[in-house]
Design a binder for this molecule. Structure first.
Ligand SMILES: O=C(O)CCC(=O)C(=O)O
Ligand SMILES: [Fe+2]
Length: 321
């Protein structure tokens, strides 16, 4: 994953940018938020108005074996985007520059499927904010900072069919904090068949991560179910030619010594080929999160937050089939 060629890339041309700006200006006169139901009803149709190069690129990503893609070139106007909020309740989504980014991100994400969210995280806002929040700074959570986020697939604790198929990250502001990315398929295929078999057996327990168990989130049925029922799960399984993955070692308990050792081998294989991508303002990255010829894990380096309004800020989307 270290080689830049491992990530499928598109750098937007000046023509693409002009047509994106035109589209966003028009949409901005109609919709005041990406959460307006009229926008959400129309969004799949509106994706047809994205430049053909972008549509083709995202279709190619879907059908390719690449686990990660990156679209670059969009210019975020840092002065107009406003300060990085203290927490997501303080976000001013009506700021025109921020609304443009929200619209673009939901449009791009909707090319891959349906954007969805969880009531248990950030009060069910469609797009999650990823920036450091003071009270989370030392936690293993995307709104933390001082701990590296150990690599994972998103929502690994959730049952089959409810995890995001794709995860999107759109960078608004960053200095040089790297997102880590790794290929699960490469790592799995480097392991002996005996180890692969152990990983595909129900010998693991995955707990919800801290973002889902904050405050009253545990009241939400899916989260409760995961905590109360503690279902034994497999880390990998196969669906036709594809790999189904739920991998979050930080929150996983291996139920016997063989399972522990298989997990250790998988972790070492992923670590040995873990790549780093510094997301720059305007970068939009999508990861195959759950099912694919290859699936990506992602995480993040630690950093020192300043809480002065200029900390790193990304948006995150979850996309289903
Ligand atoms: O901040 C990042 O680059 C990724 C953090 C993360 O794991 C997430 O937002 O799901
Ligand atoms: Fe994540």
């Amino acid at each position: 994953m270290n080689k830049p060629s491992d990530i499928l890339r598109l750098d937007l041309s000046s023509d693409d940018l002009v047509s994106i700006e035109c589209l966003l200006s028009k949409l901005q006169t109609i919709y005041k938020s990406v959460e307006e139901w009229t926008f959400l009803e129309e969004v799949r149709t509106l994706t047809k108005k994205l430049p053909v190069t972008v549509q083709d690129f995202l279709s190619e990503f879907q059908s390719s074996s690449a686990p990660v893609c990156l679209i670059s070139g969009y210019q975020v106007n840092d002065a107009e985007i406003g300060l990085t909020p203290e927490d997501w309740t303080k976000r001013d989504s009506s700021l025109p520059a921020l609304l443009r980014v929200d619209l673009l991100f939901v449009l791009l994400s909707s090319m891959l499927g349906e954007v969805f969210t969880w009531q248990s995280e950030q009060k069910g806002h469609l797009i999650n904010d990823v920036f450091p929040i003071k009270k989370h700074k030392d936690q293993q959570i995307s709104t933390g900072a001082c701990q590296p986020i150990y690599w994972h697939t998103e929502d690994a604790f959730l049952v089959d069919g409810s995890r995001p198929k794709y995860l999107g990250l759109f960078c608004i502001r960053n200095s040089d904090v790297a997102t880590t990315v790794g290929s699960v398929s490469k790592a799995v295929s480097s392991l002996p068949l005996k180890v692969q078999k152990v990983l595909s057996e129900r010998r693991f327990l995955i707990s919800p991560d801290e973002a889902h168990i904050e405050g009253d989130s545990v009241k939400h049925p899916r989260v409760r179910k995961a905590i109360v029922e503690r279902e034994r799960v497999a880390i990998i399984s196969r669906e036709d030619e594809k790999l189904v993955v739920r991998l979050d070692p930080y929150f996983t308990k291996c139920l016997d010594a063989e399972a522990e050792s298989a997990m250790k081998s998988l972790v070492a294989a992923i670590d040995s080929d873990l790549g780093q991508q510094v997301l720059e303002p305007g970068h939009c990255m999508f990861l195959k999160n759950d099912l694919g010829v290859d699936v990506a894990v992602h995480g993040r380096q630690s950093f020192s937050p300043s809480f002065n309004g200029y900390d790193r800020w990304c948006l995150r989307s979850r996309v289903s089939n």
